[in-house]
Design a protein around this ligand. Structure first.
Ligand code: KG4
Ligand code: ZN
Length: 351
């Protein structure tokens, strides 16, 4: 297949994101100018089950995807013929959910005669920062979402090296499990965050640093410690100090995330530290990161909440990088729930 490389004009990309429980379509110019970013959340549907039900997620994506594409084009005031390419989240994510987006994107690319750009979901979370400010390399990213907790070094545009990752639960997953133990509905992260800031005192909980020098994380021990505190109170016939536990949990998580991110940024001479993923909406994390980066003289970028949780504008921002370096993907592209971020790194220098 001939390689379809981007022309010098800013690319106008329609991007589709369906990796989990948000159906989102965006139209973005030049990877930074968001003309539309429609997000249809399924949270209300999944709440009744206490978490995302994969089968239900796929079905919901099928129900709304066509309407969301139409809305995104209408809000952007863009006609399909004006688009440069169609981008889609290829992975990682729930396979059935990813499939809906990939099939829709392929259909549109074929019908509109446009190139297709397969995009990595975490590259999207990282490049959400591009929607706020131009990135300078090398930069360090702390990715904190429901499925991922990683420290990723970008030595140059589109190149990803994971220097630390969680060995068990992702941080968002730990938030959701702790929230459930404290009696809050899915997704629990925002509830724990709010409660933590209302508490007068923190219940002391451990910090998990792992071996000296390691950039990896572990949250399952902390989660078990929370469950122990809750169970011990119940056994004594007492109501658990829900707010104090939330604050103790949040302080432990935030301290470890922030200290490792700051150390990683300094050790790699990062020109910027970027925060990415759904947990980046956490107010406690933002506050401590802002303070510590100011103390250490590190330039910090945090996207607004709408670009932190799953959305298609971030997918377009990453797809634009891929397009300028590597061009479009063949139409036999498949949804890949285990897609590797490092292997998705761009191959060729941009024009
Ligand atoms: O990035 P995201 O939208 O989806 C994934 O790709 O995983 O992240 C969703 C996660 C959920 O676990 C949710 O509880 C968590 O982000 N989250 C928060 C907050 N807002 C969302 N966690 C802690 N504090 C918050 N304010
Ligand atoms: Zn995500």
């Amino acid at each position: 297949m001939t390689k379809l490389t981007g022309a010098a004009a800013p690319a106008l990309i329609l991007a589709i994101e369906t990796s989990c429980d948000e159906t989102s379509v965006a139209v973005v110019k030049g990877g930074t100018e968001v003309l539309s970013n429609i997000v249809s959340s399924q949270i209300e549907t999944h709440r009744a089950f206490g978490g995302v039900v994969p089968e239900v997620a796929s079905r919901k994506h099928v129900e709304v995807i066509t309407r969301i594409v139409e809305e995104a084009l209408a809000e952007a005031k863009v006609k399909p013929a004006e688009l440069t390419a169609v981008a889609v989240t290829q992975g990682p994510g729930l396979v059935g959910a990813l499939l809906v987006g990939v099939v829709a994107a392929k259909g549109l690319a074929l019908a509109w005669d446009k190139p297709l750009i397969g995009t990595h979901h975490i590259a999207g979370h990282i490049y959400a920062n591009r929607l706020v400010e131009e990135l300078q390399y090398p930069c360090m990213t702390l990715v904190v979402s429901g499925g991922h907790t990683e420290l990723v070094l970008l030595e140059r545009e589109g190149s990803f090296r994971i220097i630390g990752r969680t060995r068990d639960d992702a941080v968002g997953e730990a938030y959701d499990k702790v929230a459930r133990a404290l009696g809050f509905p899915y997704p629990g992260g925002p509830h724990v965050d709010k409660l933590a800031r209302e508490a007068e005192e923190a219940v002391p909980l451990p910090r998990v640093w792992l071996e000296p020098g390691s950039y990896d994380f572990s949250f399952s021990g902390l989660k078990s410690a929370v469950l122990n505190v809750v169970n011990q109170s119940k056994m004594k016939g007492l109501e658990p100090d829900v707010a104090g536990i939330a604050r103790g949990f949040q302080e432990s998580v935030v301290e470890v995330l922030v200290e490792k991110a700051v150390r990683a940024a300094k050790a790699n001479d990062a020109r910027q530290l970027l925060l990415s993923g759904g947990v980046a909406a956490n107010k406690g994390l933002r506050e401590v990161l802002i303070r510590r980066c100011a103390e250490e003289g590190i330039k910090l970028i945090i996207p607004p909440p709408v670009y932190c949780t799953d959305n298609a504008a971030m997918i377009a921002a990453a797809a634009d990088v891929k397009w300028r370096h590597d061009g479009g993907a063949p139409l036999d592209l498949v949804a890949d729930p285990g897609l590797s971020l490092e292997n998705w790194s761009v191959r060729e220098p941009a024009y």
